[in-house]
Ligand binder design. Structure first.
Ligand SMILES: [Zn+2]
Length: 462
């Protein structure tokens, strides 16, 4: 395949590739039957890699509604919420509490919405409530005798399922595939060719599932999984909670076992105490340049020397400042607020900082994340920690790091590397002026075109 007329570091070039990039030069001539994409002067970048996200949760949230939000106070408002969701397939409600509209059996949900299958999860996470369309879709009546499936006095299923999450997921497997494909396509449209799924619950089974989706072409991105002790390959994700820290010797022993198996570590740290605890544990085992701190949501200056010495990378999420900034300003004391999701300040101390999304909890769109790294402005327009802003190129570097080792130099478009490519609609010198406005023209992963804008007209001014 050939991409012609692309802007690479200010020069007009053509790029030929299969799974790897074969030629980068001006004036390459298409071969017979070769697929050609005209970049029309748009910037040529390596495909982006989101180093911290939760893929399945993001896929699920895309078709979910919050049935416990502030504005949902009665059956009428719940009906309105459910009815206004677009689409025809499964709709998932979460966070329901009976104070809204009482206990929900299938017939009560039918009165709210009956034209598509709906499942609503109770806030406790213990109960799923299905409407009749959903009951029919999974043929629930056939499972009336199964433990956890509620039936009425006549033996008719009521639509309520108690602690049957895994079973329900199996019944919905084909719908999950639809969600995975939709999210993968969305990532492709942003120029994303890979992601690291940082869920601590990932196991070898999850890894096999991702590999399966990838081989079937349902998932188009490269996926690196981290997970708990039940995952053989990939970083060990360690969740630290300052209110329930594990005994340090236990943690060190756990790290020792994982290191002996060749694994690196990723510590979830959102408080100063959690960060110090992670660094203390790391200090006791042989450090590895693949190790990382996820979030590092609060980093006081006093932690910087230890952080630098540890050699870890910080995987941060500036998008939270945009999405949740107003709440931070309300809830967090003045001392901490300027140390939130730092970037420039800790990078200046010699620490490798990499931006990422943490979707679905932070915004998924990498161009929103990059923009917030540069202006650190909340949705409401308040700047948090102005001294921590970085320029777009610095932030973008994070998305170009090698997923297995964040300290390696950023990936580049050059002969011999894997053909993971993102082409923008504008040359870089234009795109950089307003990164929020960036539109992707084409995305290539592993040599295959996984996204092409519907109407790739030349951008005015080229
Ligand atoms: Zn996360």
């Amino acid at each position: 395949m050939l991409i012609v007329n692309a802007d690479l570091d200010g020069c007009r070039v053509d790029v030929r590739f299969n799974q790897r990039i074969e030629e980068v030069a001006a004036g390459l001539k298409p071969r017979p039957d070769e697929q050609v994409v005209d970049a029309q002067g748009g910037a040529l970048l390596p495909g982006l890699h989101d180093h911290h996200m939760h893929f399945l949760a993001t896929a699920a949230w895309a078709n979910s509604v919050d049935c416990g939000g502030l504005l949902i106070s009665d059956a009428r408002s719940l009906r309105q919420l459910l009815q206004q969701q677009s689409g025809e397939g499964w709709l998932r409600g979460v966070n329901y509490h009976e104070s809204v509209a009482g206990d929900l059996l299938r017939w009560q949900i039918d009165e709210l919405i009956d034209q598509r299958p709906v499942r609503i999860q109770h806030r406790s996470g213990k109960v799923w409530m299905l409407n009749s369309a959903a009951v029919e879709r999974i043929n629930l009546q056939a499972f009336a005798n199964q433990q956890g499936v509620e039936v009425d006095a006549q033996g008719v299923v009521t639509g309520r399922l108690f602690r049957l999450d895994d079973w329900l997921r199996e019944q919905l497997a084909s719908d999950l595939v639809t969600d995975v494909k939709a999210l993968s396509d969305e990532l492709s449209s942003y120029g994303i060719t890979g992601f690291t799924d940082t869920s601590a619950t990932n196991t070898d089974t999850t890894a096999a599932l991702f590999a399966d989706w990838r081989s079937q072409g349902i998932l188009r991105q490269r996926a690196l999984l981290m997970g708990g002790d039940q995952l053989r390959d990939g970083p060990l994700k360690i969740i630290l909670d300052e209110d329930a820290l594990p005994p340090l010797p236990d943690l060190i022993a756990r790290l020792g076992r994982a290191r002996a198996a060749g694994r690196s570590f990723a510590f979830h740290c959102v408080s100063h105490v959690e960060l110090l605890y992670a660094l203390s544990a790391l200090d006791a085992v042989k450090t590895d340049h693949r190790d990382r701190i996820e979030h590092a949501a609060v980093v006081f200056d006093e932690a910087l020397p230890m952080l630098r010495e540890s050699g870890v990378s910080v995987v941060t999420q500036p998008g939270f400042l945009w999405q949740r900034g107003a709440r931070y300003l309300q809830d967090i004391n003045d001392r901490e607020v300027n140390y939130l999701y730092r970037h420039a300040g800790i990078a200046a101390a010699g620490i490798n900082v990499v931006v990422s999304s943490d979707a679905p909890y932070g915004p998924l769109n990498p161009w929103q994340v990059l923009h917030t790294a540069t202006d650190r402005t909340t949705r409401e327009g308040v700047i948090i920690g102005a001294g921590e802003c970085v320029d777009v190129e610095t932030a973008l570097t994070g998305y170009l790091r090698h997923p297995q080792c964040l300290t390696q130099p950023p990936r580049r478009i050059t002969v011999g590397v894997a053909a993971d490519i993102c082409v923008l609609k504008k040359p870089w010198r234009e795109a950089v002026k307003n990164v929020l406005d960036v539109a992707v023209l084409a995305t290539v992963c592993d040599g295959e075109l996984i996204y092409q804008a519907a109407d790739p007209r030349p951008t005015v001014g080229i």
